[in-house]
Design a protein around this ligand. Structure first.
Ligand code: ADP
Ligand code: MG
Length: 380
């Protein structure tokens, strides 16, 4: 990302020097559909990020434009009724929720630029929420606790964007650490960094997006609740594999399959952390392959393109594991590679996926980066 571009563009538009803030997108190594079951996830922030240049105003107006989309939008902080029906809803959402939590904001001019691809499963929405929430709070002189900031972003996603997602994306966009994935317990919100500096992750975007994603997501949440009910628990987090095995024959098929995915996926996350800590990337790769299989056959959230992309990757030299990443029904796969030259992987995947589907995939080599921060103050 070219920082002088956003700074110069801001100065040209608003005739003042901005402060610039950055919040990253993310990958998730393993732990899919576990967050809303109060289980474990293992995300990492990446070097694709959203930047916000901003300066305060003397009134209560927020003017915001994005270099990724062409129009400028404005809303008044005292006018809760304006429900911006565009991308600005994320910005308006975090602004109004910050205020509701007692962080009185000054008006501001904001300019956004991002290299996180939209809608690809790298969470451009969380990067936008967290970068603007951090910018607005900082410009008004507030320091917001990290977990509270993540919850403000999540609340904006729920209330203003209408997506009932878990806390993972906003959490890692806030707390990300260079060279580390973060093991997060989605019940207690306790977390710890896990070094991944010895691992190489490459993301393959299938560019497929099936309409099912939203309705099936809500359906899976309900099916998991039914499965937890069967065991007399509030969430599947509390059901051990032994307990599951002892009673699985009595369960109807669908809750049985959903429960098996969540219960085994939670233990795979904890195993993956052990593998990373002991430097055993081969076993991390196997866990990723098993995660894909479980998401495909038990949780039924994969699709033809994701299965194909994972399968093509496993045929390549130097690939230790491959799985679908995110909610499913399209989006990206995450691939664990050894230390060799990755150009051949990129070429072969592009060629083979294109031959099979007619689609040229996007392939991203990710560096694991830090969480939200200020990258340029006015005097820089
Ligand atoms: P994902 O989070 O997986 O990238 P979402 O559908 O949740 O996909 O969020 C993508 C939406 O977020 C975009 O369609 C747009 O409305 C908004 N968005 C994200 N980043 C930006 C940005 N830099 N500028 C404007 N809008 C953005
Ligand atoms: Mg999103």
């Amino acid at each position: 990302m070219n920082l002088s571009r956003i700074k110069n563009e801001f100065t040209a538009r608003y005739e003042t020097d901005p402060r610039v803030f950055r919040a990253p997108g993310r990958i998730n190594l393993i732990g899919e559909h576990t967050d809303y079951n109060e289980g474990f996830v293992l995300p990492a922030a990446i070097d694709f990020a959203t930047y916000v240049a901003g300066a305060t105003r003397d009134d209560r107006l927020i003017r915001v434009s994005s270099l990724n989309l062409d129009h400028e939008l404005a809303f008044d902080l005292d006018d809760e009724s304006i429900q911006a029906d565009t991308w600005a809803k994320y910005v308006q959402g975090v602004a109004l929720i910050l205020e509701r939590k007692g962080f009185r904001l000054r008006g501001a001019d904001l300019l956004i630029d991002s290299d996180v691809p939209f809608g690809a499963g790298l969470s451009s929405s969380a990067a936008l929420e967290i970068s603007t929430a951090f910018a607005l709070a900082s410009l008004s002189g507030h320091k917001v606790d990290g977990m509270e900031m993540a919850k403000i972003g999540q609340a904006a996603e729920h209330e203003f964007a209408g997506v009932r997602s878990g806390i993972m994306d906003q959490f890692v966009s806030v707390h990300g650490q260079t060279g580390h994935a973060l093991l997060l317990d989605c019940r207690s919100f306790e977390w710890s960094p896990v070094s991944v500096s010895h691992a190489n992750f490459i993301i393959c975007n299938t560019k497929a997006k099936h309409n099912l994603a939203e309705s099936e997501y809500n359906k899976r949440r309900a099916e998991c609740e039914d499965a937890a009910d069967f065991f007399g628990r509030t969430s599947l987090r509390d059901v051990t594999f032994d307990e599951f095995e002892a009673r699985s024959a009595e369960m109807p098929e669908i809750p049985r399959m959903r429960a098996r995915h969540v219960i085994t996926e939670n233990s795979r996350v904890l195993e993956a952390v052990k593998s990373l800590r002991s430097g055993d990337l081969t076993s991390l790769g196997s866990l990723m392959n098993e995660s894909h299989e479980s998401l495909r056959s038990d949780f039924e959230v994969s699709c033809r393109e994701l299965d194909l992309m994972a399968e093509l990757a496993r045929q390549q030299k130097g690939v230790l594991g491959a799985r679908m990443m995110g909610g499913g029904f399209g989006g990206c796969t995450i691939n664990l590679l050894d230390d060799g030259d990755h150009r051949q992987f990129v070429e072969k995947m592009t060629e083979n996926y294109h031959r099979a589907t007619g689609i040229v995939p996007d392939i991203y080599e990710c560096e694991i980066s830090g969480g939200v921060c200020e990258v340029m103050s006015v005097n820089d």
